[in-house]
Design a protein around this ligand. Structure first.
Ligand code: SAH
Length: 349
């Protein structure tokens, strides 16, 4: 029998599973135990042994029928400049992922991974260098928040799905994670405090729109014309730019939420005045915001970041077209690790 990943279940599902296990094993598990066990899981334990108020015989059957997936801290880098913390987490099967803990005025934000590796192949990104290994389970996405809170001794109030992986390529598990993280008996983090970033899987953007969740959608655009986007991002060969913009409009229409467009500034590739003009026209009339991100240099990739002047000019042109744009402040620049770099380094060893 396959063992059960308990922390991927909501309280109701957990209660039902415990009932089944009780039946199968002949060990009595009273109903109130499920809330106790659920509590331990959301506070973060690495073994059933740690569940102090659960009797030995129940812990023994839990061990036999279930398993715990909480990520373990393999490596932790702390920025001396702004206190940003970068985690390399080891999963129960020996795979590695990354999360980043950032302090902002509006609260602590955790950037989480949604897959081990990525198969989207963006040409400037370190996360995709060795392709996709596997999806993360709901408990492993949630577990990054639980493990970071436990390690930091601080609450996380905002979550961004901008770590390793493409969240919409792991749709069902990400939706389950969104349900679990929102549970008031669990972490109780509201969807308005959560952003999901995608490279643009159009059919999934439409599906997400129909769910009418209050999360913020971040769209990794990185280009204002079809050709440049195809060159930078293979996903654009499957969904062209018109289709992408139309699915974004659909998302805004269905949810009433504005979209945040991510745009990595790459010298000579997508940062000229012409690119800015086109971007302004493309997004004209949309409820949106543009986030300009000076490219993080990735050793394995052949691009460099735009100059300060190119970025300033870009912002000015967008502003003239009434599109608000901000340049992303770079946290943790001394622990230099754009997402995927720590894992990539670790894989090489
Ligand atoms: N797969 C999702 C989320 C993960 S990447 C997505 O594509 O949105 C999070 C963000 O970092 C994306 O906007 C991505 O395009 C961007 N990114 C990746 N590599 C980068 C780099 N070297 N410099 C700047 N941004 C980068």
């Amino acid at each position: 029998m396959e063992r059960i990943d308990l922390a991927s279940l909501n309280l109701e599902e957990l209660t039902e599973k415990l009932r089944e296990i009780s039946e199968k094993s002949g060990v009595k598990i009273e109903k109130f135990r499920s809330a106790q066990i659920y509590g331990w899981l959301t506070r973060g334990v690495y073994s059933f042994e740690e569940m102090l108020n659960v009797p030995k015989n129940i812990k023994a059957v839990l061990d036999e029928y279930c398993f715990i997936t909480l990520p373990r801290v393999e490596k932790k880098l702390v920025s001396k400049i702004d206190g940003t913390v970068k985690y390399l987490f080891r999963l129960h099967d020996g795979e590695f992922i990354e999360s980043v803990f950032m302090r902002y005025e509006h609260g602590n934000t955790l950037c989480v991974s949604t897959q081990v590796g990525c198969r989207m192949g963006c040409s400037f990104c370190a996360s995709t260098l060795t392709g996709l290994t596997r999806n993360l389970t709901p408990s492993e996405i949630l577990g990054q928040v639980v493990a970071a809170q436990k390690d930091m001794g601080e609450k996380v109030s905002n979550i961004v799905m901008m770590g390793i992986g493409e969240p919409l390529d792991n749709y069902d598990n990400v939706m389950k994670f969104l349900e679990l993280v929102n549970d008031e008996k669990g972490l109780n983090i509201g969807h308005r405090h959560i952003s999901l970033s995608t490279c643009g899987l159009c059919d999934k953007i439409r599906q997400l729109a129909d769910e009418k969740k209050q999360i913020t959608l971040s769209l990794s655009l990185h280009a204002s014309d079809a050709e440049t986007r195809r060159k930078l991002m293979p996903v654009a060969r499957k969904y062209d730019l018109d289709e992408l913009i139309s699915s974004c409009r659909y998302y805004i229409e269905k949810t009433g939420r504005r979209i945040s467009f991510e745009y990595a500034m790459i010298a000579g590739e997508n940062d000229t005045h012409a690119h800015a003009e086109r971007l302004g026209n493309l997004l004209s009339g949309m409820i949106c915001h543009v986030n300009l991100i000076p490219l993080n240099d990735v050793k394995e990739r052949n691009y460099t970041k735009s100059s300060k002047k190119a970025i300033d000019d870009f912002v000015k042109i967008l502003e003239k077209k009434h599109i608000t744009a901000t340049v992303r402040r770079r946290l943790g620049s001394d622990i230099n690790a754009s997402c995927g770099q720590l894992r990539a380094e670790n894989e090489k060893k």
